[in-house]
Design a binder for this molecule. Sequence first.
Ligand code: PEP
Length: 248
Amino acid sequence: MSTRRKLVVGNWKMYGSRVANAELLGAILGARPFGADVAVCVPFPYLSETAVTLAGSDLRWGAQDVSAHEQGAYTGEVSAAMLHDFGCRYAIVGHSERRAYHAEGDQLVADKAKAALGRGVTPIVCVGETLAQREAGETEAVVKRQLSLVIHTLAHCASEMVVAYEPVWAIGTGRTATPEQAQAVHALLRAQLLAATPHAAVMKILYGGSVKPDNAAALFAQPDIDGGLIGGASLKAADFIAICRAAG
Ligand code: PEP
């Protein structure tokens, strides 16, 4: 059993409303303690209200993206400094939905991770293969390529990121990697991190992709799975709470 404390992060994607958020956060707050670290990554407009709602609690919060730029004429972008201004703890970078719909490549993902860390915001760096890549036997090569540029770009700060393995074919599809499939990739990623930093043994590698209350415990029991990045199920209070309890 690893000594790493588990981390469960909800990715709300582009869902929510002020009323729905208050209800969801109220339920999560009321269900503590979990015995694991828990965070929610919310849409930008809800960051400050989430910060106020969670102030004084042990629940953490973050954003779902961050600009690679420090500041400037980048309409629509949100900088790491702005996130830091609110006390934002995490920023997801390289989510497969951003890679697919916003053409984010490996170098941009690495630059975003660097920008976040530069302002004390922990990047949750997502890597993962598509179904076609898995079926072509390319999983290892793909995730290693995605992670290696981030490791190279962050250099000595690489140990400060959180990594999330999210097979694209499992995101929002109801199809989950088996605990063994996920563990095999997590072990590869841990070995890659170990080659780059002596702190890899304490770094968190989360699994994401259709994690639900009924599969969370088996996934979290794997030696290199340190928690989860939870999409759809993080919007349902009962499901998210059950997943957080499975991590505790
Ligand atoms: C995600 O959005 O990161 C995710 C893993 O989604 P889901 O849990 O819905 O598959």
